[in-house]
Write a protein that binds this ligand. Structure first.
Ligand code: NCD
Ligand code: ZN
Length: 347
């Protein structure tokens, strides 16, 4: 069996930098025409000039004639100004500004401590049609890690939606039924990315029978009922939900240790694994909307014209891939994937 789709885009991706980036970027470029590139480098990509420089490094790292377009983002810090938002908009290559609550995840110590201080900037974003991309987790230490997304909705997301009714908001990597319901029921322009690991797994996969560090990402995998809600949302055809892998490579030694860091590497097989999920749900007819249409429609960009073909054929994932001077262990390392990318056809 084969399926052909409009070439998809990845609306949430971590590419890293330097040789690490050079090792992984081809995986994404083979499968996706464009990707929203997250700005959590060290130091963060906090202004348009840094985004221009990073964009050039990505273009230089791409394989010849890849045709891949990086869509850049800025990292929102307490120092972001309205002038910078306008500069970013005018650049034409910055497509969103990412809000990380301070301390929420990998390289987020420069994140926002108090969202209310940034209301004037959000006002400008709303006026300039610059999307706000949100890592929606509270970071207060007394909040249970499994509740961080739900509490963020109650404390911040509802308020943000009300105060800025025309602001385009992407609720990144939704992981709970609460988030799915919020996105479905909200007014105004709102979308949500869904990762493949949150569709494939729940917290039992990560914790029962042994702790599996390569399933550890943030927001953390939740219980099965949330996984079910995500699968239902992704395969429903609702255009508010679209593909964002959150592929986040880390060196093997940084994941397999006493305090392993958060992030799953999925770029090597992303569209193949999403296809498995949609097939299992008898929803292959909804895959192209989720993977290739809803994202560009939300961001106001043209859909891609190239196409990709996937064939139902087993292949085995490598145990690890080179990652700069280190190795990265991919999701499903050493295991079988049932769909394979076979060709790329001109549009
Ligand atoms: C991401 C990373 O490693 O950059 N990790 C993750 O678990 N998703 C950061 C992020 O998006 O939260
Ligand atoms: Zn991410």
């Amino acid at each position: 069996m084969k399926i052909t789709l409009t070439k998809p885009d990845d609306w949430h991706l971590h590419l890293r930098d330097d040789e690490a980036m050079t090792s992984v970027v081809a995986h994404t470029a083979e499968r996706f025409a464009r990707a929203i590139v997250m700005p959590n480098l060290k130091p963060p990509v906090a202004n348009t000039q840094l985004a221009a420089d990073y964009r050039q490094r990505i273009l230089d790292a791409l394989p010849e004639n890849s045709g891949f377009t990086p869509l850049m983002t800025l990292y929102m810090t307490d120092l972001l100004t309205s002038d910078e938002v306008i500069r970013a908009k005018q650049s034409g290559f910055v497509h969103g500004i990412k809000l990380y609550p301070a301390g929420a995840t990998t390289n987020s110590d420069a994140g926002v401590a108090d969202i209310r201080k940034l209301y004037p900037v959000l006002e400008t974003m709303q006026r300039e049609s610059m999307p706000l991309l949100v890592h929606a987790e509270v970071t207060e230490p007394e909040i249970d890690i499994f509740d961080r997304e739900r509490v963020f909705i109650d404390r911040h997301m509802t308020k943000l939606r009300q105060e800025f009714p025309e602001l385009a908001i992407v609720f990144e990597h939704v992981t709970t039924r609460d988030a799915v319901d919020f996105v479905r029921e909200s007014n105004g322009p709102i979308g949500a990315t869904i990762t493949v690991q949150h569709l494939m797994y729940n917290r039992n996969h990560m914790l029962a029978g042994g702790i599996r560090p390569h399933y550890y990402c943030l927001p953390i995998l939740k219980r099965e009922t949330h996984q079910e809600a995500l699968i239902e949302a992704a395969t429903s055809g609702n255009s508010r939900f679209f593909l964002g892998t959150d592929s986040a490579p880390h060196p093997q030694h940084a994941k397999e240790c006493a305090c392993g860091c958060a992030g799953c590497y999925t770029a090597h097989a992303a569209i193949e694994l999403y296809t498995e999920i949609f097939e299992a749900e008898n929803a292959l007819d909804k895959l192209e909307g989720f993977a290739s249409h809803h994202g560009p429609d939300f961001y106001g960009m043209p859909r891609n014209t190239e196409r990709i073909t996937l064939q139902k054929r087993d292949w085995q994932v490598a145990e690890s891939y080179r990652f700069g001077k280190d190795m990265v262990v991919p999701l499903k390392a050493g295991q079988t994937v049932h769909w394979q990318l076979i060709t790329e056809q001109g549009g």
